[in-house]
Design a protein. Structure first.
Length: 141
């Protein structure tokens, strides 16, 4: 599936800023995202406004192609995200490609089926969902 891949990267740490500007961290929210040369794994957990646990776990194959950043879901699990309980159904948009901007050390793209636009800049990743959150992470070395 593709012509160019990110070298293996695991990003963790950083903090999450929600829309009112309150900085959140463990135990309120915790997550990790890993990019290998072919796969992306993403796990995140937080509590909603009522204190109920919300989580997403995802494994997908990805590639950069002439059409942009493309993912193919392998596994998806969401808990209390948009509806109560568990769902194993990945958003339909996950199988679509999205445009990529930048080159070299700064690359930006939307991950389909997820709210944030992600920007890789060297060893740092910023994921921003306008009006919802800004997430800053650094490469685990």
């Amino acid at each position: 599936m593709g012509i160019r891949r990110i070298t293996q990267v695991a990003v963790a740490g950083g903090g999450l800023m929600n829309s009112p500007g309150k900085e959140l961290g463990p135990p309120d929210i915790a997550g990790m995202m890993t990019f290998t040369t072919q796969y992306r794994n993403f796990n995140v957990f937080w509590k909603d406004a009522e204190g109920q646990p919300v989580s997403v776990s995802y494994i997908g194959e990805y590639a950069f192609t002439k059409d942009g950043y493309c993912e193919k879901p392998i596994f998806w699990l969401q808990n209390n995200l948009g509806a109560p309980g568990l769902s194993y159904t990945a958003p339909a948009e996950k199988s679509k490609c999205t445009a990529v901007s930048g080159s070299g050390k700064i690359v930006t793209f939307q991950i389909r089926g997820e709210p944030p636009v992600v920007t890789f800049e060297g060893d740092k990743l910023t994921a921003e969902a306008e009006g919802l959150f800004v997430d800053h992470r650094e490469r685990v070395k």
